[in-house]
Design a binder for this molecule. Structure first.
Ligand code: ATP
Ligand code: MG
Length: 569
């Protein structure tokens, strides 16, 4: 294809709002253009990459028997009201009304729609498992759209949903999807890691995220170099940290106006890790009076809210008690609260529970206790739980050694949903005994547009993009130097163009009347894997120059040799 026939608006400068390489390079190289915050036009080069990603995704999904459908982007509110998510989704969901004033939303995801569709089209267990997916535009009014395609408001997702009669069948499809995602990422040519993920509002079900490893990633992953343990930091667990301190005598000390852990530690001259913090949250409970629970952590550790919310007895979403609620229940204000003699359910983080001697609030304003000990001063009436964020260097929970962190771009997320949506939408199938039963579901998201950005994050240098072959917009970039002034250059280039295309290769032929420097800079920026440069001087010696985008060296070859080399690859 001739360069002059395509819209490839390359730019010398980065867009003002671009912070990461993929946003800068995809814009500069003319693959995408911003329309508004978080929404992008796809230009001809971008479309070619997107089409290749989609082809790989479809091929791998077909191998595991997933069926492609296409569901509408505009969804009636009614569906979402039935699942209860019309209210839960909040401001991330863009809502609209039609001319009859009926409510709709732009699809942020498709669980409701696919479940309803399934309910009206599949009635018998004999059709299960059933695995449906589509590739479609999603809209999410993200609070902070940024990083170009990576966190957009309008983006393209492959979302799939499977239906099963029993857990065993769901487990099988889940495992198939896991391998399918790995195969897609392998084929594209990405370094990635599948990690255990926080299942979010779905409960304790299995959930894995696929992350492309890149410094620009928004997610932090914890992994153990000595084992295959890897998890999103939101979910990662560490082993309890033992404490070999001496048990001390308990003493109450005045700490006037000293409230935060930093201040308490400084005031008493102890390390923050020897102080515990006690956080009061709303508990699940019935009756008129407000039920509360106490969460206890080491002073140097941070509460992981997702873990805390999953605990039995803790209200979800997590609500911290106000200072008034704390005072009404405990007779002291936040900042002086501690676990000794506290009349609330006590949930103590593993590492806080190991402390042999610690400082805590005295449940009396302006006093703290020093030398506290769990067994002696609290007794056994507390639960040991995991509610903290791991930090780099913590020992992995599998005993394999210290955890390390790295950054990732979440490109895929698979999880088990159970019967949440089939129950909510009253969808059943007949099982073998003729009984109506609500199928259980799995759900599988894949960021088709985000992955294009992820590829560029991993594959670029200072001059531009370095596309892996599997998703490159073209295989070969033909650069003809001063072709408008040299008949030999122009005709050799046209010959090569024809022969390479006849050999099945996708060729971008830079036939423009531009200076060599401009053509080389654009070629580096656009990042097509193989480049052939045709110039008058070389042709006099019977050669053209061949260079790979990812290699520093150039080779001089005859035109026919170059064609053979590329076609026989
Ligand atoms: P994130 O934590 O990044 O917001 P999510 O948990 O909201 O992701 P899912 O609802 O599981 O994501 O969506 C499935 C996939 O869709 C994600 O793994 C990601 O690749 C893609 N995706 C989600 N949000 C966006 C976005 N704002 N822009 C581009 N792709 C996105
Ligand atoms: Mg999100």
């Amino acid at each position: 294809m001739k360069y002059s026939a395509l819209v490839i608006p390359t730019l010398r400068d980065a867009p003002a709002d671009a912070e990461v390489a993929s946003h800068i390079l995809l814009t500069r190289a003319g693959f995408i253009r911003r329309q508004a915050a978080g929404s992008y036009h796809w230009l001809p080069l971008g479309m070619r990459v997107l089409a290749k990603v989609q082809r790989i995704v479809r091929a791998e999904l077909a191998r595991i028997g997933a069926q492609e459908v296409l569901m509408p982007v505009v969804q009636p509110a009614e569906l979402w009201r039935r699942s209860g998510r019309w209210d839960v989704m909040g401001a991330e969901m863009l809502r609209l009304a039609d001319r009859q004033n009926r409510d709709y939303c732009l699809s942020p995801t498709q669980e409701e729609a696919v479940t309803e569709l399934f309910g009206r089209t599949v009635g018998s267990y004999k059709q299960l498992p059933c695995n449906l997916y589509h590739i479609q535009t999603k809209f999410r009014d993200e609070i902070r759209p940024r990083f170009g395609l990576m966190r957009a408001r309008e983006f393209i997702m492959k979302d799939g949903y499977s239906f099963h009669l029993d857990e065993r069948s769901l487990d099988e499809t889940y495992a198939d999807m896991y391998s399918c995602y790995a195969a897609i990422l392998d084929r594209i040519g990405l370094r990635y890691r599948a990690v255990e993920a926080d299942p979010g509002a779905m409960g304790d079900n299995d959930s894995h995220e696929f992350h492309v490893l890149a410094a620009a990633g928004e997610d932090r992953l914890a992994y153990s170099p000595a084992s295959d343990y890897a998890a999103n930091v939101e979910k990662a667990e560490a082993a309890a940290i033992a404490d070999d301190a001496e048990v001390e005598d308990l003493a109450k000390v005045p700490t006037p106006g000293v409230k935060t852990i930093e201040d308490v530690a400084a005031f008493l001259g102890v390390e923050q890790r020897r102080c515990v913090k006690t956080l009061i949250v709303h508990a699940t409970g019935s009756g008129d009076h407000l039920a509360l629970a106490a969460l206890v952590l080491r002073g140097d550790h941070k509460l992981n809210e997702a873990k805390a919310m999953r605990l039995n007895g803790v209200r979800r979403p997590l609500v911290f008690a106000t200072d008034d609620e704390i005072h009404a229940a405990l007779g002291a204000h936040a900042g002086s609260i501690g676990p000794i003699d506290i009349p609330l359910p006590l949930l103590v983080d593993r590492s806080a529970a190991e402390l042999a001697s610690f400082v805590c609030g005295a449940n009396q304003d302006d006093y703290h206790l020093v030398g506290a000990n769990w067994q002696r001063d609290v007794g056994t009436d507390f639960q040991t739980v995991d509610i903290r964020n791991v930090v780099e260097g913590d020992s992995a929970a599998d005993g394999s050694g210290p955890l390390r962190f790295m950054r990732g771009i979440e490109v895929g997320h698979i999880f088990k949903l159970g019967a949440k949506y089939t129950r909510a939408l009253n969808v059943t199938v007949q099982d073998a005994a003729g009984q109506d039963t609500a199928p259980i579901m799995g759900c599988y998201g894949f960021g088709v547009s985000r992955i294009v950005a992820a590829v560029v994050e991993q594959w670029h240098d200072d001059d531009g993009i370095i596309w892996p072959e599997a998703v490159a917009p073209f295989a070969v970039h033909l650069v003809a130097l001063n072709n408008s002034r040299s008949v030999a250059v122009q005709s050799t280039a046209e010959d090569l163009h024809e022969q390479l295309e006849a050999g099945g290769l996708e060729v971008l032929f830079d036939d423009r009347d531009e200076r060599p420097g401009v053509k080389f800079a654009d070629a580096d920026l656009i990042g097509i894997p193989h480049r052939i440069t045709i110039g008058e001087r070389g042709l006099k010696e019977g050669v053209v120059e061949y260079r790979r985008r990812d290699a520093a060296t150039m080779e001089k070859l005859s035109p026919s040799m170059t064609v053979r080399r590329l076609i026989d690859r």
